[in-house]
Design a binder for this molecule. Structure first.
Ligand SMILES: Cc1cc2nc3c(=O)[nH]c(=O)nc-3n(C[C@H](O)[C@H](O)[C@H](O)COP(=O)(O)O)c2cc1C
Length: 317
């Protein structure tokens, strides 16, 4: 397709309705700018960054691309006011928020001319995001890597539920790594996709090489949604996961689980490559990933596959 346009491409000013998810320890300026340069929307994952680091990544991203990019801010971290102050000062055009109440920040950001998108795991929260004034929502299903909803609604069910519940455009997330999967969720009413795990296995992701290799080695059933008594998170099953599962089996309290999780587990696993004791956030779709590719190639491949699938939707690949 020579030219594609819908509410999502217009909202963000992008060529393809493909958003690279903001991800702790994976999506810094290198990945975000590569995706934006390729015609998608790159997001800097501010969740693992101190405010000064966020500023540095925004400035480097601006130097690396003239295209629109955004910042993802999980609303459960400290220093939120500092993060948002920097985002406003640096004139970042797009913010994706997640994991908190969209009412708290949306109007403040929109008053500065920022486009705001919120990530949800149910149609109830999608309606709340719409009421809060968000420009779009991401419907993130159970398959997704990282933090996730308690409802455990899969992408196949969540996307039609959310598109029915709200009028604002919906991006689908969770389990999407190919153009054929992208077409499937767009048939269900999504107007674009937010892709996480596929971009962790990219050359530009700041994730540790050992983590990237572990993702390629992962098969079906190798991830699980765990730590449900705290904030549910999907990760690769490893020694740390087994410790959590064991603690949960004997009825560990949330405080005990918090102690077991400790600090910096995610950094140790995803950034420093501690495959046994680290927290390795990744989605079910890791079972379909067989190569680490440049981000540009990932965007191009998805778009080519999407178009092929659109021409021949029922042909088996
Ligand atoms: C390594 C990793 C880190 C993540 N960190 C965040 C984050 O900081 N903020 C957020 O909103 N979502 C985060 N997510 C979820 C993604 O934004 C995205 O919605 C999800 O990865 C989509 O599902 P997929 O992994 O199947 O593509 C993370 C996901 C992964 C795999």
């Amino acid at each position: 397709m020579a030219h594609f346009e819908n509410r999502i491409t217009k909202l963000f000013g992008i060529r393809y309705p493909v958003v690279q998810a903001g991800m702790v320890w994976a999506s810094g300026w290198k990945l975000a700018s590569a995706v934006s340069n390729a015609g998608g929307l790159g997001l800097i994952g501010a969740g693992s960054m101190y405010p000064d680091t966020v500023r540095e990544h925004i400035q480097k991203c601006k130097a690396a691309t003239a295209k629109p990019f955004g910042v993802n801010v999980p609303l459960l971290y400290p220093d939120l006011d500092k993060h948002f102050q920097i985002i406003i000062e640096e004139k970042v055009p797009i913010v994706f928020t997640s994991a908190g109440n969209p009412k708290t920040w949306t109007q403040h950001l929109k008053a500065q001319g920022i486009t705001v998108v919120h990530v949800v795991s149910s149609s109830k929260f999608a309606r709340k995001a719409e009421e809060a004034g968000c420009d779009a929502v991401v419907a993130e299903g159970f398959e997704a890597g990282g933090h996730n909803g308690r409802e455990e609604t899969t992408t196949l069910v969540l996307v039609p539920a959310v598109t029915e519940a709200v009028k604002i455009p919906v991006l689908a997330a969770g389990g999407i790594a190919t153009g054929r999967q992208m077409l499937a969720v767009m048939v269900l009413g999504a107007e674009g996709v937010q892709v996480g795990s596929r971009f962790v296995a990219s050359e530009e992701a700041s994730s540790h090489a050992l983590f990237k290799k572990a993702i390629l080695d992962a098969g079906e059933g190798d991830t699980a949604l765990t730590l449900k008594a705290l904030t549910p998170v999907r990760m690769l099953k490893n020694t740390f996961y087994n410790e959590v599962a064991e603690a949960e089996r004997r009825g560990a309290s949330p405080e005990e689980l918090k102690r077991l999780l400790g600090r910096a587990r995610a950094k140790a696993g995803m950034y420093e490559g501690n495959l046994d004791e680290g927290e390795l956030e990744i989605g079910q779709v890791s079972a379909l990933l067989h190569d680490v590719l440049p981000a540009e190639k990932i965007v191009e491949k998805m778009w080519t596959e999407f178009n092929e699938a659109l021409r021949n939707p029922l042909n088996k690949v």
